[in-house]
Design a protein around this ligand. Structure first.
Ligand code: NAD
Ligand code: ZN
Length: 359
């Protein structure tokens, strides 16, 4: 069976296209359901961005904090806030939810839009195709590029039991607004780590056993653009990085990530290490699996003047280490993509432990 995957319905790309958001949203505002929920990274609180929001009476602005990556409890709290506020305005539900920020904020927006129409806790839906009702209209405006969250069919959440996405066709955004000017002021290191998420998506997709021409086409182009951005610092780097993120996301939509992402999920669950930096730390140990990719990654580190944190797993006691290994080895499709159907005979707990202990 070939995957019949859903992708975003509408997209706009270009410097300054953020200013079209008002027109775009006006099509979603109806007399009985006009209010838009803006889910915005609180890093922008004291910037010019809030003044540019096409905010109208009855809308709701939720500043979100992403110092920790999104948790199911946070999604539930935000959803309750929207329900309370929108019904106070006499509206049954929001007309739409717009996420403005990096991967974490986009994921929060996706999750809130799903939970406004589906009962219970967001933790009940961590998994594949557990969502039954379509979400309310939801749109994304990325302010960092690399995760591919703008195109993917998942919102990655940490719940009480696991770090696992709500994967469903309903998760996919209805609209994305890709304005490269919005990523220009991201802190240099953060931009690099999020960019490396994209680079690693492509390396893992292209080296994987699930690869097909569709994934290869997107992955190779995205990889080329990452090289222009991180090895050559080309003048239109922000534009290229934004499209690389998008293409990288499309590449893994039809293939899968691999060893690095599996290890990174364990780091995140056990030690709270953020996705981009966790990927970078893990990837640096994977010469045996992705030799050319790792060598090029180190050149990018050099050119960009970034030095990776070291010794991060020293704090993990044996029990925590075993839990991290459980999380990593629980991601069957990633290992199967990376190492083939017999991956369990290749990737033992001892090997994972040794890799973690080197980080
Ligand atoms: P992020 O959203 O976690 O943000 C990282 C930091 O950068 C935060 O402190 C944020 O406030 C700040 N920031 C964001 N934009 C900024 C800007 N323009 N200027 C200044 N600061 C800015 O970072 P990310 O790497 O984009 O996203 C990582 C998250 O994405 C993780 O939670 C991960 O699980 C998730 N993710 C999701 C998918 C998916 O398909 N849904 C894929 C990969 C990763
Ligand atoms: Zn990733």
């Amino acid at each position: 069976m070939f995957r019949n995957f859903k992708t975003i319905s509408r997209m706009v790309f270009g410097r300054g296209c953020f200013d079209q958001l008002g027109d775009i949203l006006s099509e979603q505002r109806h007399a009985d359901r006009a209010g838009i929920v803006f889910v915005v990274d609180d890093v922008f609180q004291d910037t010019a961005l809030p003044k540019r929001l096409p905010f109208e009476p009855g809308d709701l602005l939720l500043w979100v904090n992403v110092d920790d990556e999104p948790k199911t409890a946070y999604v539930d709290q935000l959803t309750a806030q929207v329900r309370q506020s929108m019904s106070a305005d006499g509206q049954p539900l929001a007309a739409g939810v717009v996420g403005i920020g990096g991967g974490s904020t986009m994921d929060l927006a996706k999750a809130v839009s799903l939970m406004l129409t589906n009962p219970g806790s967001s933790a009940d839906y961590q998994g594949w195709d557990l969502i039954k009702q379509p979400a309310v209209y939801h749109a994304a405006v990325p302010t960092l590029a690399g995760t591919g969250a703008e195109v993917s069919r998942t919102t990655v959440l940490t719940g009480p039991q696991k770090k696992l996405g709500i994967n469903s066709d309903f998760t996919v955004f209805d609209q994305v607004v890709l304005d490269p000017a919005l990523i220009a002021d991201a802190p240099r290191e953060q931009r690099f780590y999020t960019g490396m998420d994209c680079y690693i998506h492509c390396v893992e997709s292209l080296a994987g056993t699930y690869l097909n021409a569709f994934s290869q086409a997107y992955g190779e182009k995205a990889l080329d653009m990452c090289r222009e951005v991180f090895l050559q610092d080309v003048p239109d780097s922000d534009d290229k990085l934004m499209m690389a993120s998008f293409f990288g996301g499309m590449s893994i939509a039809y293939s899968q990530v691999g060893v690095c992402h599996a290890l990174s999920y364990g780091l995140s669950f056990g030690l709270g290490i953020h996705h981009g930096i966790g990927n970078s730390i893990a990837f640096d140990q994977l010469d045996a699996y992705y030799p050319e990719g790792v060598a090029e990654f180190r050149r990018m580190l050099d050119v960009q003047g970034v030095s990776l944190p070291r010794g991060i797993t020293a704090a993990a006691d044996d029990a925590l280490m075993e839990k991290m290994i459980d999380v990593a080895l629980g991601l069957d499709p990633l290992w199967e993509n990376a190492l083939g159907k017999d991956w369990k005979t290749i990737m033992t707990r001892d090997k994972v432990r040794a890799l973690y202990r080197r980080m």
